[in-house]
Write a protein that binds this ligand. Structure first.
Ligand SMILES: Cc1cc2nc3c(=O)[nH]c(=O)nc-3n(C[C@H](O)[C@H](O)[C@H](O)COP(=O)(O)O)c2cc1C
Length: 214
């Protein structure tokens, strides 16, 4: 069942705040050990679900991982895939070890790991590959918007977050480590917690490099 949206009056007045939040957000990669309070976790999910989506189908799905054993299982499974892929590339073994260890530590040390998935279950179906691919892209775009909402909701609550792309390279491993439904397609991990250090202040391209006026 769909929940009604907040009335316009409830949504008015926060525009300046929203802009400030999105301008100051930065990726946070190290977190303090304390848990993310349950009400903050729910606000993250509600904010994510407020994103726009193609046909309003809301194809996003989230697996919230806070249990230490589940985080370890996820990190270990993903680590095995990463190691196999890097070995196949012919990478240096010490470099592979370091990569696997760094990735594992980031996942198990994050107080909250949100596995961002999409499902095509309620998206439109077409007989031809061109429209099938376009429909899948719509689900990817919608889910990415939900992910961005979640990042901003973390910032708005004084939390830090980092989107990790690794699940795109090992969706089957992520699905099986967390016993996710077969139609959930892992798109990314968002690590969330109280920031232990500030963001890196990554620069942005100048406006004239990314915009054309006609
Ligand atoms: C689709 C996507 C995938 C990303 N994957 C990773 C990742 O695997 N590891 C990581 O540390 N950061 C990852 N990031 C974060 C980017 O590195 C970061 O957003 C970028 O450097 C700009 O920095 P900022 O977010 O602090 O503005 C990812 C971001 C996006 C949007």
């Amino acid at each position: 069942m769909l929940t009604p949206v907040a009335p316009a009056a409830a949504r008015a007045g926060a525009q300046g705040d929203a802009l400030a939040v999105l301008m100051r957000r930065q990726t946070i990669r190290r977190f303090r050990a304390e848990r993310v309070p349950p009400e903050a976790v729910l606000r993250l999910v509600d904010a994510a679900a407020q994103a726009p989506s193609a046909h309003n189908r809301q194809p996003w799905r989230f697996c919230l991982v806070q249990d230490q054993a589940a985080k370890s299982a996820l990190a270990d499974t993903m680590g095995r895939r990463l190691r196999a892929d890097r070995e196949h590339d012919g990478a240096n073994l010490a470099a592979i070890d370091a990569d696997v260890q760094r990735s594992r530590a980031r996942i198990v040390e994050a107080p909250l790991v949100v596995v961002v998935c999409l499902t095509m279950a309620e998206m439109d179906r077409y007989p031809d590959p061109k429209r099938t691919q376009a429909e899948h892209r719509m689900a990817v775009q919608s889910t990415a918007m939900a992910g961005q909402n979640l990042l901003l909701a973390a910032e708005a609550q004084g939390l830090g977050a980092c989107w990790m792309c690794a699940p795109l390279f090992c969706p089957d491993e992520v699905r099986s480590a967390l016993a996710l439904a077969h139609d959930w397609e892992p798109q990314g991990l968002i690590l969330v917690g109280h920031p232990a250090q500030p963001g890196r202040g990554r620069p942005r391209k100048p406006r004239q490099a990314i915009v054309v006026f006609r």
